[in-house]
Design a binder for this molecule. Structure first.
Ligand code: SF4
Length: 376
């Protein structure tokens, strides 16, 4: 199959592994954070950590949209479905995220909530058109990749004067999360993990381009290599990061040039800017409240904002005490450091959000590597 097999070629992977091993200086260690859950998934699925020398360590970052969605936001969506009687539309990944009182969207559906899984915002718009007598709310989550379709849905609803459609907007921003990892005061609680560089997001960067990461390279002296989600993309990015560290460089390099440019997708950025503005602050699961890290719907499109329409206030809800998601999302702990990993908490019965989506660090680890890494 063209364009897939080439990026999974075992022989090329071995060559890259050899190059990394030759370049990695034995007297130092290298810690690289892969921001995206897609990279975490690829690393676990293809066993890439096994191809690296022991002094090159990959640290899982917070780049799984489901994992960083705080309980309080899911509670809001459940409230809309169960108490306000809306048709709540959402992407499938959010359905099983644990919420308050032992609930999840899936369980709320079993209790009678009209909660429907959609594949795109177009589906949600169609449900609103088909049910003019009902309120339809799209529960919008995700990073910069999923934000443009939400913007387009709002623009479309505005054009059609679709008065029964609104959006519970929980879109978050990648660069703000990277800043938070590098400098937040919570490092005192969680401790710090030395990060020598980042593997930058793939899909997110197709929208925002590579330019926003130049700040990290310049201000924090951290190299960033944007990489695709195939195993050889990741190996190549690690090689490029090792080279940068060895040479004392901190630059943004683009391994994913087949899809990412420096400026990204200007049309998508324009639509997003038309509909959304920065939120002053937003709580992330595991990263606490991060200033200017999320988007809200502009006043001009305020009638499509479910928070305003239903007069909702956000209530923060603490995570399950046993759950180590917060430390894992910062790269301070590994999934197998959580006491309930693989026993109480499994993909069939997720206790924390990192176990819900296949991009979550715990789920990826459980599915592809838990027996090897767990201490006897
Ligand atoms: S194993 Fe479960 S409870 Fe523990 S950190 Fe991972 S998701 Fe949270």
């Amino acid at each position: 199959m063209k364009y897939i097999d080439e990026f999974r070629d075992g022989e090329v992977a071995k060559t890259l592994a050899l190059k990394i091993a030759r370049l990695a200086q034995p007297e130092r260690s290298y810690s690289f954070m892969e921001f995206c859950g897609g990279h975490t998934h690829a690393i676990s699925r293809y066993g890439l950590s096994d191809l690296l020398p022991p002094n090159v360590r990959m640290v899982h970052g917070p780049g799984c949209p489901v994992c960083v969605l705080p309980i309080g936001r899911i509670d809001m969506a459940i409230d809309l479905a169960l108490k306000q009687g809306v048709i709540l539309c959402t992407y499938g990944d959010t359905l099983r995220v644990p919420a308050s009182e032992g609930l999840s969207l899936m369980k709320a559906k079993a209790r009678g909530g009209d909660i429907r899984m959609v594949y795109s915002t177009l589906d949600a718009l169609q449900i609103a058109r088909d049910n003019p007598e009902r309120e339809v709310v799209f529960f919008a989550i995700g990073f910069e990749t999923t934000t443009p379709p939400t913007a387009l849905a709002i623009l479309q609803a505005h054009q059609e004067q679709l008065s029964n459609f609104s959006v519970l907007c929980c879109h978050v921003l990648t660069p703000a999360a990277i800043s938070q990892i590098l400098e937040s005061p919570e490092v005192r609680q969680w401790g710090t993990v030395p990060i020598d560089g980042f593997i930058g997001p793939a899909h997110v960067s197709t929208v925002i381009g590579s330019r926003p990461y130049e700040f990290f390279a310049e201000e924090y002296r951290k190299p960033v290599v944007i990489a695709g989600f195939e195993p050889l993309d990741v190996m190549q990015a690690i090689l490029m990061l090792v080279k940068q560290v060895n040479e004392g460089r901190a630059e943004v390099e683009n391994e994913f040039a087949r899809a990412v440019s420096r400026d990204g997708n200007q049309k998508a950025q324009d639509r997003v800017a038309e509909v959304f503005e920065l939120r002053r602050e937003f709580e992330w699961r595991g990263l606490a409240v991060v200033p200017y890290s999320a988007l809200m719907i502009r006043e001009k499109y305020g009638s499509f904002d479910a928070e305003r329409r239903f007069k909702m206030d956000y209530q923060s809800v603490p995570d399950n005490k046993a759950c180590e998601c917060g430390a894992i999302l910062r790269g301070v702990k590994r999934p197998q450091d959580c006491k309930i990993f693989g026993t109480v908490c499994t993909p069939e019965n997720p206790v924390g959000s990192c176990m819900v989506s296949s991009e979550g660090a715990c789920a990826a680890h459980y599915s592809y590597g838990r027996y090897k890494d767990m201490t006897p």
